[in-house]
Design a protein around this ligand. Structure first.
Ligand code: ZN
Length: 450
């Protein structure tokens, strides 16, 4: 954590400022007290020539420790595509100490900050000691993940996972012992304790995440209706989940959740790769949204979110398993894979605005991600939190290009020159002051995993 937050207002005069869906010139952004105090005509020369200032991106779905899977799961084992991935994931989840969880989480969060994310929604499901016994502080690992985010400087919404069983009528497997709670009241009490412990930290908030209809029974889900705060859930990621849910409940996953009253403005369905016929209408009516995790869904062979079947449903993105951490790749994959599937261009584009598609994709990454996590902001506007990313457009890849679409469709993490969270500088000159130490700590923790 660094605290070189200036008391004086910070005035940024980049060449371009992203406001109202376009990059505008001739503006300055005044940051004071962690917020955007004003956006007004520039009162001096450019402070950042050939750079663009945009609202920071929100990673609405992360399992930070899964960063330790990278490069270890890209091989086949017999006929089961999922096997090597899940085996390594359980070995990792089973093998990490609290220090290890913190170190690997910090590595994931560091890479997020370096690539333009200012906020993470951490879907946190490793709660207990390897045998399943609680730690002396039952929220030990959640605190470690939060500490990792704050060490890097990210804003974090800890989505405390509820996990009851391996599947319908199947108790938890031995390697799921670290995830399991014994009742929904226990989960809600854990949320309350976490909220109390971090009440004073404006960078930290806490939500709830029933893992999936596979892992959470109906009576638990009923106990979570009306939860005050963001509520996220994996929904319809694999076709097998739909059949199991129909067999147990006579309904597909989102229909079940809707019948219980969970589909509401605080609700985010993660994945929904295989939506039911009425799921779009359910989300529009209830006020929920979908978090798509394109690069992970491709990595796991889940399929791809059929955007054209859910018109009007708000979308956000997440990097989920961290096969890669690159918000530019997530945002453009939403559009590019829709093109590949549908055989046409500009699928998500509003009509007749040269920056309209790129602006929409950036707003998916920033604004809707913020709403998914119950946070204000996600746009550059007076009163919004000063969660900002500065993109360097001096590189060859931007020469002669229209800036905003080029950022979204050809940008990459290394174009992120600076990043502020709540007005505090986190990335400067494309680097983080703790980079070397965070990388070394994580490397050491991961070297112990078989
Ligand atoms: Zn996930």
């Amino acid at each position: 954590m660094h605290h070189h937050s200036a008391n004086l207002p910070l005035i940024l005069r980049p060449k371009w400022v992203f406001v109202e869906g376009e990059l505008r010139e001739g503006l300055e952004v005044v940051v004071d007290g962690g917020q955007i105090a004003a956006i007004r005509p520039a009162t001096g020369p450019l402070t950042h020539p050939d750079r663009a200032l945009l609202p920071g991106l929100v990673n609405a779905h992360s399992h930070a420790f899964q960063r330790g899977l990278r490069g270890h799961v890209q091989w086949a084992s017999g006929q089961d595509d999922f096997w090597s991935w899940r085996d390594r994931m359980y070995a990792l989840a089973d093998g990490l100490s609290p220090d290890g969880v913190e170190a690997v989480s910090a590595l994931a969060f560091l890479e997020m900050a370096l690539s333009g994310f200012t906020t993470v929604g951490e879907f946190h499901y490793v709660h207990h000691q390897p045998g399943g016994a609680p730690y002396d502080d039952p929220e030990e690992l959640a605190h470690r993940v939060i500490r990792a985010a704050r060490r890097v400087g990210l804003r974090i919404v800890l989505l405390r996972v509820a996990y009851a069983r391996a599947g319908a009528g199947r108790p938890a497997e031995p390697r799921q012992r670290r995830f399991i709670d014994t009742g929904p009241d226990k989960v809600l009490r854990a949320v309350e304790r976490l909220r109390a412990a971090h009440r004073e930290d404006p960078w930290v908030s806490v939500g709830l995440a029933p893992h999936s209809v596979r892992a959470v029974p109906k009576d638990w889900l009923s106990a979570f209706v009306g939860f005050d705060g963001p509520l996220h859930m994996h929904v319809a990621e694999q076709p097998g989940e739909l059949a199991q849910c129909r067999a147990e409940h006579g309904l597909e996953p989102l229909a079940l959740l809707d019948s219980l009253g969970l589909v509401a403005p605080n609700f985010t369905a993660v994945h929904l790769t295989h939506p039911g016929e009425e799921d779009g209408a359910r989300l529009v009516r209830g006020g929920g949204r979908v978090c798509v995790c394109p690069t992970t869904e491709l990595d796991l062979g889940d399929g791809f979110f059929p955007v054209e079947r859910l018109p009007g449903v708000p979308l956000c993105v997440g990097t989920d398993s961290h096969a890669r951490i690159d918000p530019f790749a997530e945002l453009r994959a939403l559009e590019n894979h829709s093109r590949a599937r549908l055989g046409r261009r500009n699928v998500l584009s509003p009509p007749d605005a040269p920056d309209g598609l790129a602006a929409r994709l950036w707003s998916i990454g920033a604004g809707e991600g913020s709403r998914a996590l119950g946070l204000p902001g996600g746009e550059l506007a007076p009163g919004a939190p000063a969660d900002l990313v500065l993109i360097d457009l001096r590189g060859v890849s931007y020469a002669g290009a229209r800036p905003l679409p080029a950022i979204v469709f050809a940008g990459q993490p290394r174009d992120v020159e600076a990043l502020w969270v709540g007005g505090v500088p986190v990335i400067e000159g494309g680097d983080h002051p703790e980079r070397a130490r965070i990388v070394e700590d994580a490397r050491r923790a991961l070297s112990t995993i078989g």
